[in-house]
Ligand binder design. Structure first.
Ligand code: ATP
Length: 320
């Protein structure tokens, strides 16, 4: 790392959204260990905030602060090179001529291992923050290429909005949705490992002797419903191949979806690999009421909307 001491003390804060998949079709296990997917991502108004501060050391350090709505008791998040935000900063340092040591402080709102891409949001935020901190001048397209090296969901956290994702989820086409849809997110209080849920899906399919084809496209009706911000239409076509694998590992998720639907959600779906459940609501008032009612029943619930913007700079300050 090149010690550019003139930026020491400069802090750049970036926020990046969590996501729900309103459609997630999963192909068979490939030889490279990945699964092809066809997905419709929706960025929702639950944001991670990463503040990158240039330091005089030549280290990357990470700290994590949970927002008041998030309980991190008993949750293990690595702070070393296994942390996705750390890896994002290390990758940016490789391509920046003016990199320094950096401290990444992560304000966490997205449930950990919740199927909402929280770590991916941290990585996207760290990429954009370090790009600014070190005056690296990478374009959004160049940042997206680095993002894809970090993980399948990282390019979407950078882009935000609504988008169709093919490949492993990284080949994105924006869906240009303007109006938001209203959701209630129900946290499970525990995490599910994404690889474990994929493995469970493979196991279930093998036990049924079912061959699946790699998905090459998403149902046009889903993209149309998202573009039109039509919750009734979307509720008819929500699909997640991972859902039954997540429910197989955590059967209580089925009850959460059932409860939400019996209390007025148009539909409920496991988000990504779970265990967070996303309930699609007719309108904002309904979402606020549902979240309140679920919290009253002792559950972890919050009303959000989406699509929202992708990674965005909140502040850029020089101390001292
Ligand atoms: P996805 O839906 O993208 O598969 P997820 O939302 O289910 O992911 P994350 O919260 O992104 O899950 O993280 C999954 C695991 O990755 C965690 O259990 C943790 O060990 C590790 N991890 C690495 N970096 C981070 C980070 N910045 N925040 C949270 N977890 C991280």
């Amino acid at each position: 790392m090149n010690k550019n001491l003139s930026v020491v003390g400069r802090s750049v804060s970036v926020r990046a959204p969590g996501k729900v998949n309103v459609s997630l079709k999963v192909g068979p296990l490939r030889d490279d260990g990945y699964h092809s997917v066809a997905s419709v991502y929706l960025a929702v108004s639950l944001y991670e905030e990463v503040t990158a501060t240039a330091t005089a050391s030549d280290q990357i350090t990470v700290s994590i602060n949970p927002a008041s709505t998030l309980d991190l008791d008993g949750v293990d998040i690595p702070l070393d090179e296994r942390n996705l935000a750390y890896r994002a900063a290390a990758l940016m340092a490789e391509v920046s001529t003016e990199s320094t040591g950096v401290h990444l402080d992560i304000l966490k709102r997205v449930p950990v291992a919740g199927g909402m891409g929280g770590g991916s949001a941290d990585a996207a935020a760290a990429l954009l923050a370090c790009n600014t901190l070190w005056n690296a001048g990478l374009s959004r397209e160049e940042l997206a290429e680095l993002a894809a090296e970090l993980g399948a969901d990282v390019p979407f956290a950078l882009l935000g909005g609504a988008a169709v994702g093919l490949g492993v989820g990284d080949k994105l086409t924006p869906a240009l949705a303007k109006e938001p849809l209203e959701w209630v997110l129900v946290g499970a209080g525990f995490g599910l490992s994404t690889p474990a849920v994929f493995a469970e899906l493979d196991r279930l399919r093998a036990s049924e002797g079912r061959d699946v084809e790699p998905p090459h496209e998403v149902d046009a009706a889903i993209v149309q419903a998202v573009r039109a911000a039509d919750p009734q239409a979307l509720s008819q076509v929500l699909v997640n191949d991972m859902q039954r694998a997540a429910i197989s590992l955590a059967p209580q998720l089925k009850e959460t979806i059932g409860l939400g639907e019996s209390w007025g959600a148009l539909a409920g779906i496991v988000s990504g690999s779970g265990p967070t459940v996303a309930l699609l609501m007719p309108g904002r008032g309904d979402a606020l009421e549902m979240a309140e009612r679920l919290r009253h029943a002792g559950m972890d619930a919050q009303a959000v909307h989406g699509p929202v913007h992708g990674a965005r700079i909140l502040s850029d300050t020089q101390r001292g």
